[in-house]
Design a protein around this ligand. Sequence first.
Ligand code: VG1
Ligand code: CO
Length: 563
Amino acid sequence: FQVKKISTKPYDGQKPGTSGLRKRVKVFQQEHYTENFIQAIFDSIDAKDQTLVIGGDGRFFSPETVQTILRIGSANGVAKFIIGQNAILSTPAASNIIRKFKAYGGILLTASHNPGGPDNDFGIKYNVSNGGPAPENVTDKIFEKTKTISSYKVIDLPPLDLAKLGNFEFGPSKVEIIDSVKDYVELLEAIFDFKLIKSFLQANQAKFKVLFDGMHGVTGPYGRAIFVDKLGLPASSVQNATPLPDFGGGHPDPNLTYAHELVERVEADDIAFGAASDGDGDRNMIYGKGAFVTPSDSVAIIADWAEEAIPYFKNGVKGVARSMPTSKQIEYVAKKKGLSCYEVPTGWKFFGNLMDAGKLSICGEESFGTGSDHIREKDGVWAIVAWLNILAFANRDSPSQLVGIKELLQKHYEVYGRSFFSRYDYEEVSSEGAQKLVDNINAHITQGSLKSTQHASKSTGQSFAVAETLNFDYTDPVDGSVSRNQGQIIRFEDGSRVVFRLSGTGSQGATVRMYVERYVAPSAGAVELGRDTAEGLKGLIEVALEISKLKEFLGREKPTVIT
Ligand code: VG1
Ligand code: CO
């Protein structure tokens, strides 16, 4: 087979962000743009004679890019490709395939929850042999290669049919096209008590209705296989379950804003348990009638119940972790159970090392990401089944009073107290304004000028005294690698906290995230603990906006999204 060398020139800005390279489709469609990035991946790893997995959420431009990877990968000596049928493997399913078949790594074609289609986003992400996102030393190397690339290699062959399952050849490389769903379903069956969940669902068909929303993303087929085929729920329990290249024109992000179709049906049809996941299947939202679970609470509750309710954890939880901006709810659980709780920078890649070292079992991010060491990505469907398993277990003695999401949350707060948490996103603001905001807080941090200052909320009368201000730096406890400036933290005397961070996944302009958290102890009583999040945080949010002068720097009265 003839390997051809094609001349090219570097493109600016091919720096992988929090989770791969994400840009508008039109950017990827520029001549040699996608090819450059893929060759840069091969120049940074040693995939010769190795097996690589290719998957993704099936978004627009995925089929073409699979062919590009085959043409460049075969020319770079890849021995075998394992590809999900029609280029589809959810991010967690791909992580599982890499691990299960001991592949060298994988390339995932996704921009996660960002909208898809010709005028929206595409993305390419490289995962390493543990099944997790490439660590920073690898992504830095890829970026360096993109800056000096002068040619890429291809074997020019006609496109391979991605719809047919089985074993094929692409030039010198072997290709196996696999069922996108089967291995993943087997994985979850080995983790959870499907028998218990099924009998609970069957016994409570009327009182405990379930609805899963695939948001036209990749998880539809996974959801159907698990909730309908395995757990015996009616077909109507699954909606928006066919993956579409443009996600039906929607924004496949499971939160109260974008998953409004789910929220509306849950409320209208009295559904006790609703859930959604994002475009590539690694995020999740749990929402039952009148009961929204914040992701920070979700991971804390899973950690609390795991050992007794979920078979996979029956020998104990090794440790837990959260990303820095995620609320401290899980820390209260860890403390009571005597577990280590790690705090890592935003992005799933930082959890992987701890898992590989046997230090971590369950972790989560406030951004609707929850998961465990069964793979090395966050896992939306896993989290949803975990909740079903816990609820089935909590109701195992079939009491007349069904324990639903709301009751479980309330009980949890009464034991551990409650960290009220919310995130304000200011999307696509000017990079200049965002930089000014960051610079201003940094000046406060270096000068210590906020320390001990007192801030009152005009509307609630609450007063917050600043305890300290800092930039979050992280030293990986396993390999000692250091990641600096991962977010700016303002801590208050009462334990409340505000964090500012710039997003690393946006494809246009800058996105500023503001995270606010306020802890209320169990002794405050049921009324205080049961408050609405917005109400519980009102005073603190006012103070955060005032201290940061956010509205002034960003020129925005209101955030784009509140989660
Ligand atoms: C966001 C979230 C982060 C998450 C990342 C990837 O990153 O805040 O918690 O890990 O998206 O998730 P950023 O840098 O924009 O804040 V996914 O489902 O988009 O792969
Ligand atoms: Co995602």
